[in-house]
Design a protein around this ligand. Structure first.
Ligand SMILES: [Zn+2]
Length: 174
């Protein structure tokens, strides 16, 4: 697994895609999909599903409208109704969690920017939690660090406020 050279945060994730781009398309909607670590699927699947999981390559369907969460090479499907936590980009996800390691939602990020003028992953996580937790390889639904999405929300909120954007090019989750 390639390690992102700029990331020192210990999340063991990588923004230089450690997760392989997949050639598999979703068996239901045909959208392109991403390979995800088996640990992620184990962590997200409901107990009943988890007991039946096979060692196989698993993929996540990236189409927000599709009810398929994960599937494997045998086209066994785990739907969004079979998982324990909603996948943030799927339609109707509630709560819309962005940082799964620390359980921080989109609305918490917006509130921290608006009400407390906080503009980094670090400060926002510590505003809500006593310590920072990193386990993106297992806790994030795609198996990657949330930082890019997290900063997109910070910057969209800064745009709404007419404030200057921040740059997260050196930042992983820490
Ligand atoms: Zn799909």
């Amino acid at each position: 697994m390639k390690k992102y050279s700029g990331c020192n945060c210990g999340c063991q994730s990588s923004r230089e895609k450690s997760v392989k781009e997949s050639k598999m398309d979703c068996p239901v909607c045909g959208a392109s999909c991403r390979n995800v670590p088996l640990d992620v699927v184990f962590n997200f699947a409901n107990k009943e599903i988890r007991d039946e999981l096979q060692y196989n390559d698993y993929y996540i369907c990236l189409n927000s409208d599709c009810e398929v969460a994960y599937f494997n090479n045998n086209k066994d499907i785990i739907s969004i109704n079979d998982i324990r936590r909603p996948i943030w980009f799927k339609k109707g996800a509630e709560p819309k969690i962005i940082c799964y390691c620390n359980n921080i939602t989109e609305s918490q990020i917006k509130e921290a920017v608006r009400e407390h003028n906080l503009k980094s992953w670090d400060k926002i996580v510590l505003h809500y939690r006593n310590r920072k937790n990193y386990d993106c390889n297992k806790l994030n639904p795609i198996g990657e660090c949330c930082t890019d999405t997290f900063y997109k929300i910070i910057n969209n909120t800064l745009d709404e406020l007419g404030k200057e954007r921040v740059d997260n090019s050196d930042d992983c989750c820490g």
